[in-house]
Structures are given as C-alpha cells and as structure tokens.
Ligand binder design. Structure first.
Ligand SMILES: [Zn+2]
Length: 92
C-alpha cells in the first residue's frame, strides 16, 4: 500500500495489489484473485489528480497502479521501467 499526500491535510492510501481494492463500486464483477490494473467502471472513493514531477502532466494516480514512483505520471514511469507487464482488464 502506498500513502500519497494530495493536499496539505489529506492523504489517500492506494492499494497496489489490484485496482479493485481501491474501488468504491459494490458487487463488482471483476476477476477474482487476479490483478486488475484497468477498469472502465472504476470509481475511487476520492477523485485524486496529481501533477507529474517530470513533465507537469495532470494524472490520476489510480491509473498508474503499477508505477514505481507515484510522483511521476504513467508515461514518465514507463520511460523509467520498460519491462513488459501483464495487464488484466476488469470487464463484465
Ligand atoms: Zn510525466
């Protein structure tokens, strides 16, 4: 789990294991015991946007669940880590 400061007094916890662990949707039909990293129905408990330290792009930290550095957007993280990754997509 990663703890991210989003405002002066607010922190959010991001569970790295699966996007579903961060989702507020009940009765989700996601794959059980799979690592879901992308879902069109994903709804976080708090909507959070961060500004990338490197390129300044605004991004959603929940969409970069696999990122190693949460101060970087997914694209800048990919330029650091070019290892292939398996993506499970949560679908009905
Ligand atoms: Zn960036």
């Amino acid at each position: 789990m990663v703890r991210i400061q989003v405002t002066e007094h607010r922190f959010i916890n991001i569970h790295r294991s699966s996007l579903c662990d961060n989702c507020s949707v009940q009765n989700c039909t996601s794959l059980i015991d799979s690592r879901v990293t992308d879902c069109r129905d994903f709804k976080p408990i708090f909507s959070v946007f961060l500004k990338c330290r490197a390129c300044g792009r605004i991004y959603d930290p929940y969409r970069s669940l696999c990122s190693l550095d949460y101060e970087l957007c997914p694209e800048c993280n990919h330029s650091v880590d070019n290892a292939p990754s398996i993506t499970f997509v949560c679908r009905e």
